[in-house]
Design a protein around this ligand. Structure first.
Ligand code: PLP
Length: 386
């Protein structure tokens, strides 16, 4: 079985897993119960993790709030920054990329439905590239929050967060950057690029599931979205998930050391797979912005061949997907590909392939063979039916 679904999740690095086990079984203290050594040890581990996370994204450790993942961090940033005008005269206006993750879109649509905020879609072209002039106009018109992801989880596009941050700062607009797919794969400079809130997820960077962080810029305050013991400055109550936090911290520390070399090698394998597939499958299309995409991303369409038919043929040998993990299994076309205005036969034939640091050359050769064989068998069957 070949795993090529690294956008959905990644295997935990064994060095990270070892440390997690230690903080589950030996150093298992509660980081807020510091009347003894167990608590002190846990508290120290949490603060060390904050340092590793902050270092990887160019923030300061005091700005790190640990969460259960990017979804929670995004909810906290969006819901926690609402101004809630009781007169309802000054609606919050939130500008988003229409291809943001559902964690952003569904949170915005939920509050819009409640009549608390209005959602404005930013303009993209058919490759998912952001129109910076439109972005500037929208910012100039006055918005309360800007949401632009660092990298997309389907087509893999990387957005110029430095440029977006410049515009957000010019108009003094709080800027949420969902960096779940980007952190540990491309450089992120929180402080320097003027990001206000940055969401991170550990399981996308060889860390454990159910843990992540929201980086909140100094001087910005968020209302908590749930209440309890007042942990983490009262912004995010709840006993700290020390093993998860340690796992996130260690994963970030390792990415800092290994990201550059790993991503270079991953990009070379992705490029090889792309050429093999283009050569073997007539009519194959590569979606997204191929000049600025994640090293491990290869998003293709085989026009007129339904992706479900390909998946059905390859699934016992190869793990690839038809779209985002949270949405696959739901029989609706990808909101990302729809927002790009792609024709139905391209959307129906779309496949997301995600490579990671454990992907081997042999797996690439084999995957190309499996996918192209499936495509030609399906084409043949369709031809015979006609
Ligand atoms: N944002 C993006 C771009 C993602 O790819 C994901 C995960 O699929 C999320 C947010 C949600 O992250 P988590 O699984 O940590 O809640």
């Amino acid at each position: 079985m070949i795993y090529l679904d690294y956008h959905a999740t990644t295997p935990v690095d064994s060095r990270v897993a070892e440390l997690i086990l230690h903080y589950m079984t030996v150093a298992f203290g509660n980081a807020s119960s510091t009347d003894h050594k167990y608590g002190d040890e846990a508290e120290e581990a949490v603060s060390k993790s904050a340092t590793h996370v902050a270092k990887l994204v160019g923030a300061s450790p005091q700005e790190v709030i640990f969460t259960s993942g990017a979804t929670e961090g995004i909810n906290l940033a969006i819901q926690g920054s609402l101004s809630f005008d009781p007169t309802n005269r000054n609606l919050d206006r939130i500008a988003v990329l229409p291809i943001e993750h559902k964690a952003v879109l569904d949170t915005c649509h939920f509050i819009a439905k409640k009549g608390i905020a209005q959602v404005i879609n930013l303009q993209l072209d058919s490759k998912g590239r952001l129109n910076l002039d439109d972005l500037e106009k929208v910012c100039q018109s006055g918005i309360s929050l800007l949401c632009v992801m660092a990298a997309n989880n389907e087509i893999g596009n990387i957005y110029s967060i430095k440029e977006v941050g410049k515009i957000a700062q010019k108009y003094e607009i709080p800027f949420l950057c969902d960096a779940a797919q980007a952190v540990g794969k491309i450089p992120i400079k929180f402080e320097e690029w003027g990001i206000t809130y940055l969401s991170i997820s550990a399981h996308k960077l060889y860390g454990p599931k159910g843990t992540g962080a929201l980086i909140i810029r100094k001087g910005y305050h968020l209302q908590p979205i749930f209440f309890g013991g007042g942990h983490q400055k009262g912004i995010r109550s709840g006993t700290l998930n020390v093993p998860g936090i340690v796992g996130l911290g260690e994963a970030c520390r390792l990415r800092q050391l290994e990201m550059e070399a790993d991503e270079k090698a991953i990009a070379a394998k992705r490029d090889k797979l792309q050429s093999l597939l283009i050569n073997k499958i007539p009519g194959l299309i590569v979606n997204g912005d191929t000049t600025a995409r994640l090293a491990g991303n290869l998003h293709i369409s085989i026009p007129d061949i339904p992706n479900s038919a390909v998946i059905a043929r390859v699934r016992s040998k190869l793990a690839i997907s038809t779209g985002a993990a949270c949405s696959s299994g739901v029989e609706t076309p990808s909101h990302v590909l729809q927002a790009l205005g792609l024709p139905d036969n391209i959307i129906d034939g779309a496949l997301r392939i995600g490579l990671g640091k454990f992907t081997t050359e042999r797996e690439i050769d084999r995957a190309a063979e499996i996918i192209s064989n499936a495509a030609s068998q399906i084409r043949q069957a369709m031809y015979l039916e006609v």
